[in-house]
Ligand binder design. Structure first.
Ligand code: CTP
Ligand code: MG
Length: 166
């Protein structure tokens, strides 16, 4: 899951500049996505996710580590882009519900990346998903994700990268 976990914090570190929705509003007069979703965050986040995935591929090829998942260029690209596409879809629905940028939306805020990554994987590389993600792995992902999310966001808040600690 590293290629899916890395894009969000990197987007928070590198984000800023032109928002993905170009500042446009929807028919409800609220922003389509909001200022929290930028092209820079999207680009560097996905790049970093793919980068960590390439490192995993290199590590397992070099040291033959059987406990590492057998990633492919496709699997890491799907996990990294799926994570941030999921994050953007979440923001779209968050704005439609009238929630401001950075406002809490429990469950959606934590699992958007997992849902996005898994849906993309299911559509474009289902065999990778079913070979590598067992039921036990999936349960571990469901437990680990909100914990990691919280810890990383608190760190982001304290170093001044995130505006809120969630
Ligand atoms: N970010 C970005 N581009 C993205 C995703 C994130 O620039 N595609 C940056 C933004 O600076 C954002 C920060 O990362 O504020 C934290 O991301 P997130 O918590 O997903 O955004 P929020 O500001 O909470 O906005 P939202 O309410 O829409 O989730
Ligand atoms: Mg948020």
């Amino acid at each position: 899951m590293l290629p899916a976990y890395v894009p969000n914090p990197v987007a928070a570190l590198c984000g800023g500049g032109t928002p993905v929705d170009f500042g446009k509003t929807s028919s409800d007069n609220r922003r389509i996505l909001g200022n929290g979703k930028t092209y820079r965050g999207l680009f560097f986040g996905i790049l970093a996710g793919i980068g960590i995935g390439l490192l995993q591929i290199w590590l397992s090829n070099t040291f033959g580590l059987p406990e590492l998942p057998r990633h492919t260029p496709l699997s890491i690209t799907l996990l990294a882009s799926g994570a941030l596409i999921g994050d953007m879809c979440k923001s779209y629905f968050k704005r439609r519900l009238g929630k401001e940028r950075g406002e809490k939306w429990p469950i959606a805020d934590q699992y958007d990346l997992v849902i996005g990554a898994f849906i993309l994987m299911l559509v474009f590389d289902p065999s990778w998903l079913f070979t590598n993600v067992t039921l036990l792995t999936f349960i571990i992902i469901l437990i680990l994700t909100p914990i990691l999310h919280r810890v990383v966001n608190m760190v982001g808040y304290f170093i001044g990268v995130k505006e809120v600690p969630w």
